[in-house]
Design a binder for this molecule. Structure first.
Ligand code: F0G
Length: 451
């Protein structure tokens, strides 16, 4: 059976090509822009390939009780929304997706809003949101007969790619910036058997290099310039809409690095509206670290029409990216939905991360920008008290345990970064203490804490 109903459309000039015609770097030969996957059959109302919204909602719910491996994946449970393979028999899955949507009661109270949730994509098999995209793109790589796959990465993409490649029996090549990725992520790439190259350039340099390499060897590029990655990464939009009984929250807030994720979620919600599954899109806001904020500058200084690369610096290494590939797609997601793009400081990120931690929801520093950003949006009156907000937490807290330990020990931030925030930070720090091995000493420590 051929389940494949897609084409690729250039985001810049609109050129339409078949999946097999894509260049190794996934750039348009006419204008150099990126492609997105489109499903021509969806445009024709009443056409045989246009999915029926009522039937889909029913089918997807039924699949939750199914014993089929494909139905256990939170990506492929929605497979009618990503008919990108010749056969779904080629799917490579680690049962990704179906991540929890947690209510954040304490943070909601502190911010004076009723409904605040965290969609925790760090609860995926390799600990980040990348798995939802990787299952889709690795399945395409396998179906097309590639033996090698590759990515440049700040760590999570490489961890995810290495795992899925190993499951598929493919070889994987990872290019990472030397010394600038968290140990948890590097250890995963090693464990899953990738050929891991640490290069003395930043993420943007790694990606540039890889783009040249894939033109010279039959290696399948798995960065988010690969439009199939975004097809998998759009599925959390479906999970969110389903969790809200096919209405949508007022706001979805996402971290911004290479900007694939915000683009993918925008596409997911847009397609739900296109097919009549929901009535409107949520406002999608993208938050960057102040030291790695090319999209914020693009909005503030260039009316979102051009992007000047920046030299990126942030301890949230996952989003240490100065020249994001998918910026045009992310601009569309923000503008289509009436969302915002803003940045937050290193101290704001660290505080937000500790606050999420104190609610029992650890996450990576890069994920915590969402809560830090929400505080700003709320202070500026852009999020109302009666509105519903979903923060997308992108990575698991154990990915970067060093950051967390440094924060609690007080060695993470410099003095000039914490000015006026000392008390707030001290109130969140929970350093481990050395205690004599006697009941009396432990009880004394307990008394100290309780006060
Ligand atoms: N959060 C985490 C934990 C990430 O790993 C990334 C990106 C982002 C947010 C930003 O997402 O790039 O789609 O805007 N990490 C990539 C990597 C770049 O190589 O793992 P984006």
């Amino acid at each position: 059976m051929n389940d494949n109903l897609h084409q690729l459309r250039c985001f810049g000039c609109g050129a339409l090509i078949s999946g097999a015609e894509a260049q190794p770097d996934f750039r348009c030969v006419q204008c150099g822009d990126l492609f997105e996957v489109v499903y021509p059959g969806w445009g024709q109302r009443g056409g045989p390939d246009r999915p029926n919204p009522g039937a889909l909602k029913w089918l997807w719910r039924e699949r939750r009780c199914s014993s089929e491996e494909l139905d256990h994946s939170g990506v492929w449970r929605f497979r009618e929304m990503l008919p990108i393979l010749n056969s779904f028999g080629n799917v490579v899955t680690l049962r990704e997706g179906t991540t929890p949507l947690y209510q954040l009661r304490r943070a909601a109270k502190a911010l004076g809003i009723d409904q605040l949730y965290a969609k925790h994509q760090g609860m995926n098999p390799t600990g980040s949101f990348k798995d939802t995209g990787m299952t889709a793109a690795i399945s395409v790589a396998k179906e097309r007969g590639f033996k090698w796959v590759a990515c440049a990465s700040t760590g999570n993409t490489s961890a995810s790619m290495a795992a899925y490649a190993a499951r598929a029996g493919l070889n994987s090549l990872v290019l990472i910036p030397d010394g600038k990725i968290a140990w948890g992520k590097l250890s995963q790439a090693m464990d899953y058997g990738a050929l891991t190259c640490q290069l003395k350039v930043d993420f943007d340099g790694c990606l540039k290099l890889l783009t040249q390499i894939v033109k010279e060897a039959p290696i399948y590029l798995l960065n988010s310039v690969n439009p199939y990655r975004l097809e998998g990464q759009k599925t959390p939009a479906f999970e969110i809409a389903e969790a809200f009984e096919w209405s949508v929250p007022d706001h979805v807030i996402v971290p911004g690095g290479n900007l694939g994720n915000s683009s993918a979620l925008g596409k997911g919600f847009r397609e739900l509206v296109q097919l009549g599954l929901v009535a409107q899109m949520p406002k999608i806001s993208v938050i960057q670290a102040a030291g790695a904020n090319p999209l914020v500058r693009c909005f503030n200084e260039h009316q979102a029409t051009s992007l000047e690369p920046v030299e990126a610096h942030t301890r949230a290494t996952a989003i240490r990216i100065g020249n994001p590939a998918s910026w045009r797609k992310a601009v569309r997601a923000i503008q289509d939905t009436g969302g915002w793009c803003l940045d937050v400081t290193e101290a704001e990120i660290a505080i937000a991360k500790a606050e999420l931690g104190s609610e029992g929801l650890g996450c990576e520093p890069a994920s915590a920008v969402t809560l830090a950003g929400l505080k700003k949006l709320r202070a500026e009156g852009k999020v109302g008290s009666g509105e519903t907000v979903v923060l997308v937490l992108t990575g698991h807290t154990l990915k970067d345990a060093n950051y967390t330990i440094d924060f609690h020990r007080g060695t993470l931030l410099e003095e000039d970064e914490t000015a006026c925030l000392e008390e707030e930070i001290a109130g969140l720090q929970r350093n481990a203490i050395s205690v004599e091995a006697t009941p009396a000493a432990v009880l004394a420590a307990l008394k100290d804490r309780v006060g």
